[in-house]
Structures are given as C-alpha cells and as structure tokens.
Design a protein around this ligand. Sequence first.
Ligand code: ADP
Ligand code: ASP
Ligand code: MG
Length: 451
Amino acid sequence: MITVLKLGGTSVGSAEAILRSAKIIASGEGGRVAVVSAMSGVTNHLIQFIETEGAQADEAIGVLVNKHMEAAEELLSGKLLKNFTTEFNDRIKALRNVLNTKDLKEDPYFQDNISSQGERLSSLLLSYTLRSMGHESVALTSEEAGIHATGNPMFGTADLSKTSAALMMSVKPLVLKGVIPIITGFYGRNEEGKPLTFGRGGSDYSGAVVANGLNADCLEIWTDVDGFMSADPRIVPEAIVIDEMNFGEAAELAYLGAKVLHPRTIEPVRMKNIPLKVKNSFRPECKGTLIHHLRAPKNDMLRSVAMKADLSIITVGSSEIAYRPRMVARIIEKIADAGVVVYAISTSLSTVALLINSPDVKETLTHLNLLDQADIERIDVKSNMALICAVGDDLLRRCGVSAEIFSAVREADANVELISEGASDVSLNFVVPTDKAVGVVKVLHNKFVGG
Ligand code: ADP
Ligand code: ASP
Ligand code: MG
C-alpha cells in the first residue's frame, strides 16, 4: 500500500508546522511518499523579486536563508544540522548562479526556474526533520524524481506516462525499502530539462501526478482548513466541511475558484480511481473530506458554492452568425491560437460571447482581429466579471432549481450577465459583476446549503 501526502505552504510554514507535518507523514501505514510546497510566503517573495526592477539578489536570498535556517536550527542539531546546512548552501549557491547568469534571465522559463526554488529548500528541510525523528528519508527534486512536463512557461502539464515510468525507477524502490521520499511540488522538468511550473498552487497537481504515477492507494492533501468546504471560509465564515464528494463535483469547484485544490488535481487521480482526502495538518484529528468515485446522495439543494473573479466577457458580433457555423469555428480557432482558457460560451443569432481571464483579453483581441474584418460587426469587452459555480445533487434534474437560485441572486442585487447551465450535470454556473459576487455567494450559501 502506498499513500502520497501533499503538504501545502502553511503546513511547512514554520518549524512547528514542519514538525507536525513530519509526524503526519511518518504516522500512517504502508509506504509513504510526500510532495511538498515551498514554506508559506516564499513563492510570493521569489515572484516579487523577479517583478521588482532593480531588486537585489543578495537581499532576496538573505530573506530565504534566514527563514529556512531559523527553522532548521529549531528542528535539527549536531551532525544533521551540519549536513543540512551544507546541502542547503549548495542549493542557495545554485539559486545565486541562476540569478546572476544573464543568459538565463532571457530564457522564457526563467520565471519558472526562480519561482520553483522554494520547493527545493522546504523539501530538504522536511526530509532532514524526518531523519532527525529516526526515519529514513531522501529529498528528491522534480528532476531527480522524474516529473516530466510539457507546455508553455508557467502553464505546464505533466506527461503522466513518462512520469510514471520514471517514478517506478526513482521512487518506488525507495518506498519498498522503507525510505520516505520527499519530492518538490509545483513543477516538473520539460523536454529540455528546464523547470516548468504548473501554475500557482500547483503542488496539489504534483501530488496527484505522483499518486497517478505510483498507482498509489490514496492521495492526501494536507492544508490549513478542515476539509473541502461548502464555500471559501474567508468569504462565508459559516461554511461547513463536506464529508464526502465525488470527483466531478470537486473538479468543477476547483476549476471555478475553490482554491483549496489546484484546478487540475482531480484528473490524474480520477483516471486511476485513487481516492483523495483533504485534511487539516493543524488538526489531523478532524475527519476531512473524502473525494472519490461515488458518494451517498444528500438532500441539501447546494453542496458548495465557489467564485472566480478577474474575468471578462468578449462578445463577437456578426450578422446571422448562427447560420454560419464556419464563422463560429473561426472565432473558436482564434481563441485556441491565443492559447486562452474559455470558462463559458453563449451564442445568439448574431453574437458569440466568451468568458475568459481578464489578463488574457489583450492576446485574445490580437488574435480575433486577424479575422476577416468584413465578417465582424463589432467586438465588445466587459471586464470586472466573476463566475459563480453552484454545485448540488442532481441540480439540473430538479424542477425549479434555476428559478430559486436566480431569485436569490436578485436578493443580492446582482445582474446575471451570462449563464452556463446544462454543460455539467453537477453545477450551475453564471456570471455577475465582480463587486456583487461575494454577496451572491453569501446569499446562495445561506439559503441553500445544508437545508
Ligand atoms: P495550501 O498552501 O495548503 O495549498 P491554499 O491556501 O492553497 O493551501 O488552499 C487552502 C485555502 O483555500 C483555505 O485556507 C481557504 O481559505 C481556501 N478555500 C477556498 N475555497 C475553499 C473551499 N471550498 N473549501 C476549503 N477551503 C477553501
Ligand atoms: N509554492 C507554489 C505556490 O505558492 C505551489 C503551491 O504552493 O502549491 O503557488
Ligand atoms: Mg494550495
């Protein structure tokens, strides 16, 4: 039996948290493999460094050294502390080299390289902490473990079959010997051997990729809340923990804003029917949420509500577009060329409306403007939009559900700008202005969750 555990940033954010996480890793049955995020705040710090004109490498590195060494001195002593310090300094030296190599700065994967450095440091410290507790453990970078990735900078996708083959050689033999591998989350190595990140929060996805590659029996995502909840607890303090969900529900919510899981976490485990648990590393005694193939039906109308802000609606107008299917195809083709994610599409006789991330608007317009101008009457952009995702049992088969939901939306004084209903059988998604979104989530939660 193999369990893959993913520890998030807050779960390794201090000496105390690292110790607690190390105990969690070591305490279960069978083979244990951990995938780890950077200490909380570290990835932001690295990205800020890249984005700040004239930022001093020594200063940025100094902050990282202090943070990790302070924790190391609390957790380790004697020879272990000495060996840790040597290996840690090697990694810091490598980081300094990257920062000072001019060619690398021009590399399109430079930001991936820098922003993924925090995981190299936290994994080392967690592995040494396990050793100090008497366990055999090794820290493996994604390159050493063989997490293969493809795709554009900051937007990687794991190559599951290559990764699986590599993990069977690099990680499985360690597990069989009783060693606990601690693998860096957040990135893989691309075809050229360069670090390629999976997007912010990507360590959850790394955990799922490792679980898939090792044919694990379970993936545990250890974070700072008691489980997958009925809403983001920062927005709805009364949100409750959901004890059981199916893969489809969790995937839809994660895709549309529930930050507790990276949007792509579900697919690698769903493919192999590996159950996923979301647990709180600060309160391991809490049951958490089990996400798997099926779940027992419940009576409440909604199970969870999520929101995703910073979206825009692009509307392309063209006469009688509905009778010109090739025209619709050409619009979609341009969107695909721009490489942007489309969250919803809606059509009418003479318009196609697409919901995309606001930062993608510029690129999308550039591509749409390549369409034959004679075909296009207008292109409008509505920004500051947010998508609301409401997930519930048999939502779309229940008569009158939409009427109830939209009358609640009216109570939040929000105008519905676009509706995507029926595309997924577990969720009802619609768009409202961003400044109304929190109010809508609250109203829906208060009225329909747990009823
Ligand atoms: P980690 O560093 O462990 O990956 P994240 O900060 O990425 O943790 O994700 C956990 C956070 O996700 C929680 O603290 C919570 O604020 C937020 N969150 C958003 N939606 C939900 C939800 N539906 N259930 C639980 N947490 C949620
Ligand atoms: N450290 C990365 C981030 O902050 C990945 C992760 O924590 O999942 O985005
Ligand atoms: Mg996360």
